[in-house]
Design a protein around this ligand. Structure first.
Ligand code: GLU
Length: 423
């Protein structure tokens, strides 16, 4: 039995390599279900599509697109679509696998999937972006659907792109299918609270981890890497709870203010021009971000940011993974050895997919909830899931990441076993 797939070449720090080593670490805690563990190391289905579009200047451009369904044992595939120049099949595989684990960790009735296009969306006009999205949706139309696989926003995709996806799928299938994607605009069956849900979930798990470890949020210093939909919302909620956001980094720069950044001023500027355009703090070197004195660190950008070398320098006692896969395995060990608590991505950022689930349920029942109800239910699901994971970690004497994998993989593999192998 081998877990080597011919079509990928994982390394110790690549996203798929990171995921594989996380699976290896959980196998000893799976009991007899470990017999099925190889299933976690092989995506069920991976689709690569050519996405040709006509650019505004009349030339034809081709982009590589993907949709990977990692595991469908517990329900339809679920996971976002990412537009980024560095997207690869291997990265999408890892992101889809983390969705499998994440959905099971919060006990949503979904498997895991992810999609992406290898493109720099900043280079495209709005019309080109629409053509790209519609053609990609048509190409992956053979594997998505409200009962099959439900895309959602991820890095560089948003509600507008979800509207185009929903419209394209609906036209191709001959019926309006709001439940085919989540993260849609409110007028198209979107859910209140969805935009802020991932950041809110990061805050909720961070608040609980702080409470359990005796860290007072009032006056706690927070550093945030990535100031998009996840990082900026989490920062605002921590500031509301009395914490002081001392450093923020995005792709344009890094801004620091030891007495606290004025988020009300920073957020709109960052959204428009990036944090580099903000005058209310000191602009420091990109690498200096990791040396900032902080109590809480929130990596909310891309994979592989917390390297072994950076893990030795981090001053925070609590790391909240807003991003997917921000910490490489060696860094995980270094942080654990230094007594830094890491709330892993697969529970920390599960707020987004949880409210996606609420959206999907609301679409099916055509009955919509108010925002308070959504936030209360989100809080309850996240807190209950984290408590269960924490108990598992204590019982086995393991870290929160392996504990989250243990809780999730037991559910996934139990479903796998009960369904049985066909034929
Ligand atoms: N892209 C988000 C994630 O990584 C949300 C996925 C979803 O809502 O399906 O969790």
């Amino acid at each position: 039995m081998s877990s080597e797939l011919s079509y990928v070449h994982p390394t110790a720090t690549s996203a798929w390599g990171t995921y594989l080593s996380q699976v290896d670490r959980v196998i000893p805690y799976l009991g007899p279900l470990a017999r099925w563990s190889e299933t976690l190391k092989r995506p069920k289905r991976a689709l690569i599509v050519d996405v040709p579009i006509e650019l505004d200047d009349g030339t034809i451009a081709h982009y590589e697109g993907y949709r990977v369904q990692h595991n469908l044992s517990r329900g339809p595939g679920k996971g976002g679509v990412r537009y980024h120049p560095d997207v690869t099949l291997e990265e999408v595989m890892a992101l889809s696998a983390w969705m499998t684990v994440k959905c099971a960790a919060v006990n949503l009735p979904y498997g895991g999937a992810k999609g992406g296009i290898r493109v720099d969306p900043c280079q495209l006009s709005r019309k080109e972006l629409e053509r790209l999205t519609r053609r990609y949706t048509s190409e992956i139309g053979i594997v998505i659907g409200p009962q099959q696989d439900i895309p959602a926003p991820d890095v560089n995709t948003n509600a507008e792109i979800m509207a185009w996806m929903m419209d394209t799928y609906s036209i191709n299938s001959g019926a309006t299918a709001t439940g085919v994607v989540t993260g849609k605009p409110i007028h198209l069956g979107g859910s209140l609270g969805r935009v802020k849900a991932t950041g809110r979930g990061v805050f909720v798990t961070g608040r609980e981890a702080a409470r359990r470890t005796g860290l007072d949020l009032r006056g706690a210093r927070v550093a945030v890497q990535g100031f998009g939909n996840v990082g900026s919302v989490a920062a605002e909620l921590f500031a509301e709870a009395g914490a002081v956001v001392v450093a923020v980094q995005d792709h344009t720069g890094t801004v620091f203010n030891g007495s606290g950044l004025d988020l009300a001023a920073l957020v709109p500027i960052a959204r428009k021009d990036g944090v580099a355009a903000f005058a209310g703090g000191e602009h420091i070197a990109e690498e200096a971000f990791w040396d900032v004195e902080a109590d809480i660190l929130i990596p909310a950008a891309l994979e592989g940011q917390v390297t072994a070398e950076r893990a030795r320098r981090i001053t925070a006692k609590l790391v909240l993974e807003g991003a997917n896969g921000p910490t490489v395995p060696e860094a995980d060990d270094i942080l654990a050895g230094r007594g830094v608590l890491v709330v892993p991505d697969v529970i920390c950022n599960a707020g987004g997919v949880t409210v996606s689930y609420f959206e999907w349920v609301q679409d099916f029942s055509s009955y919509f909830w108010d925002e308070d109800e959504i936030n209360v239910r989100l809080d309850r699901i996240m807190v209950n899931a984290l408590n269960h994971i924490w108990d598992t970690a204590d019982r086995h004497g393991i870290g929160l990441r392996t504990a989250t994998f243990a809780v999730a993989c037991e559910r996934i593999l139990a479903a796998r076993q009960e369904r049985g192998l066909y034929p």
